[in-house]
Design a protein around this ligand. Structure first.
Ligand code: IPM
Ligand code: MG
Length: 376
């Protein structure tokens, strides 16, 4: 019997989700055996698969069924893979979409803070579209606000609006509203400063204060918090400029803190520094059970082919060990195993290049096995 038992609510979701989460669980199990802990995983429905299952059962169609939310609340941590796919791309008003499940679980669990660490792997320098010399010293942490802004504002569509159509005819007009309160800004900015104080001591607060009122409030709050951290250097970066700096001089950044939508966009951009979106893990923290998921989507085009990169999922397990269970040694072991697997030239197809020997290109399962093998 393991001395400690943790209950994990696992959410495979859609597309490559079930394939990659299996590898995350495999690594968890191996870590448990090495560290005298048991991780009890229980699968629940979310996203498109939840929509299908609730519809088939004649229940209220939902991307986040009540049973899933209850299980997530009761668990010690949530491990999610990915949601979405063309099958559920129904844009008719009122249609339930897989992404709603993801947004609803983040909101319901109060997960206002999303961490996306962007780490360089020496071995993957050539997989990045940037020249290797630009990647020297890149190690940044994106802190994204996760339960506010445009994502959770009012979304409305009006029809037959005079003059809204082409050529002066009546047509559709749409509104998405963006709102932030001081309190919502404060808690993520503060987290960013605390993190920076333990890292290289720099926070870049990203906004669009030359245009948006929410950004002006964001900047005010950021400055107020900054005054409490004399040892951390704060800078304000406009989001368009930040997008440019991320490719021209990414090593200048330490902690980058920003609102929901900007963080969504910038984190996909930043992931390419590592060579692939398939390498970027994330942790969502807040008042309820923490949730860990890769930053990438469900990649429906390669689902079921056994070639998806499970490393972002496995690195999400690393973040779970670190932030939820304070098992830093175990987390370091997982991080090291991934690094050594890459150092030894093992690749999934998304991070392979012309120099990769054919026999070093692994499928999803074989990559998970490799990480487990390298744990020791
Ligand atoms: C992410 C994803 C989600 C988001 C989508 C799937 C709703 O892109 O986690 O970055 O926009 O937050
Ligand atoms: Mg995204």
């Amino acid at each position: 019997m393991a001395s400690k038992t943790y209950r994990i609510c696992t959410l495979p979701g859609d597309g490559i989700g079930p394939e990659i989460i299996a590898e995350g669980k495999k690594v968890l199990k191996a870590v448990g055996e090495r560290h005298d802990a048991a991780f009890e995983c229980e699968d629940h429905l979310i996203g498109g698969s939840a929509i299908d299952a609730t519809r088939a059962a004649g229940e209220e169609v939902s991307a986040l069924p009540p049973a899933t939310l209850a299980a997530a609340r009761a668990a010690d941590a949530v491990l999610l893979a990915a949601v979405g796919g063309p099958k559920w791309n129904d844009t008719t008003p009122g249609a339930v979409r897989p992404e709603q499940g993801l947004l609803a679980i983040r909101k319901s669990l109060g997960l206002y803070l999303n961490l996306r660490p962007v780490r360089m792997y020496q071995a993957l320098r050539d997989a990045s579209p940037l020249r290797p010399e630009r990647l020297e010293g890149v190690d940044l942490l994106i802190v994204r606000e996760l339960t506010g802004g445009l994502y959770f504002g009012e979304h409305t569509r009006r029809h037959n609006v005079p003059g809204a159509g082409v050529d002066g005819a009546a047509g559709d007009a749409a509104v998405d509203s963006m709102e932030y309160s001081e309190h919502e800004i404060e808690r993520v900015v503060r987290w960013a400063f605390d993190a920076a104080a333990r890292r290289r001591g720099r926070v870049a607060s990203v906004d669009k204060a030359n245009v948006l009122e929410t950004s002006r409030l964001w900047r005010e709050v950021a400055h107020r918090v900054a005054a409490e951290y004399p040892k951390v250097e704060e800078s304000d970066v406009l989001v368009d400029n930040c997008a440019m700096q991320l490719v021209s001089n990414p090593a200048q950044f330490d902690v980058l803190v920003t609102e929901n939508t900007f963080g969504d966009i910038l984190s996909d951009e930043a992931s390419m520094l590592t060579g692939s979106l398939g390498m970027l893990a994330s942790a969502s923290l807040g008042s309820g059970t923490a949730l860990y998921e890769p930053s990438h989507g469900s990649a429906p085009d390669i689902a079921g082919k056994g070639i998806a990169n499970p490393l972002a999922q496995i690195l999400s397990v690393e973040l779970m060990l670190r932030y939820s269970f304070h098992m830093d040694d175990a987390a370091d072991e997982v991080a090291r195993a991934v690094q050594r697997v890459l150092d030894d030239g093992w690749r999934t197809v998304d991070i392979a290049d012309a120099q990769t020997p054919k026999d070093h290109v692994l499928g999803t399962v074989a990559m998970g096995d490799k990480v487990v093998e390298y744990l020791g």
